[in-house]
Design a protein. Structure first.
Length: 177
């Protein structure tokens, strides 16, 4: 197996089992259901944050809210799969139907493409599974995992990418009267 590909750990590790979730819908510090795939606050002070999302605006605002409430916490980076499993094991998984506006998704697509260019990737793969969507780059002929998102969010990213192409194509192919 290629050393660049990291194996995904299961959240069924004893370190997460039985620790109450404070960021669920009825928790002390609830997060919006749309952010449950980004972060989860546990009663022992661990703030589980999706890898690569530690500097997201929502995560930074949430950490500031915790500081204001004088709630001691420490950030632990985890995968989307681990976040979903922690919420589902706690029974706190909320509705994840909230969608970002298309312009935000389009900006996300541009960010992905720029990141791939910075890494000298020859191509980008968006892989949508039943629950998880994966983003992979081909760098020097080797497929490298970059990020994972919930399947619905990854589908939204792909739809925004296609919609962007259609928006441009429509302007250039429509006859002008």
């Amino acid at each position: 197996m290629n050393a660049l590909l990291k194996t995904v750990e299961s959240a069924k590790q004893p370190e997460f089992d039985g620790v109450p979730v404070l960021s669920g819908p009825d928790g002390t510090f609830p997060v919006k259901p749309s952010l449950q795939n980004t972060m989860c606050l546990l009663e022992d002070g661990r703030l589980l944050v999706r890898r690569g999302a530690n500097l997201d605006q929502d995560v930074l605002a949430y950490k500031e809210d915790l500081r204001s409430a004088r709630f001691a916490h420490r950030v632990v980076e985890v995968t989307v799969e681990q976040l979903q499993e922690v919420y589902s094991n706690s029974g706190e998984l909320g509705s994840q139907k909230a969608k970002k506006p298309n312009s935000v998704r389009q900006a996300q697509v541009v960010q992905i493409i720029r990141h791939a260019m910075d890494r000298d990737a020859s191509d980008i793969h968006f892989i949508v599974g039943e629950r998880i969507g994966r983003l992979r780059y081909r760098i020097d002929g080797v497929m490298v995992d970059q990020d994972s998102l919930p399947a619905e969010e990854m589908s939204d990213v792909i739809a925004a990418m296609y919609q962007s192409m259609c928006d441009v194509a429509e302007e250039t192919t429509s006859p002008q009267f």
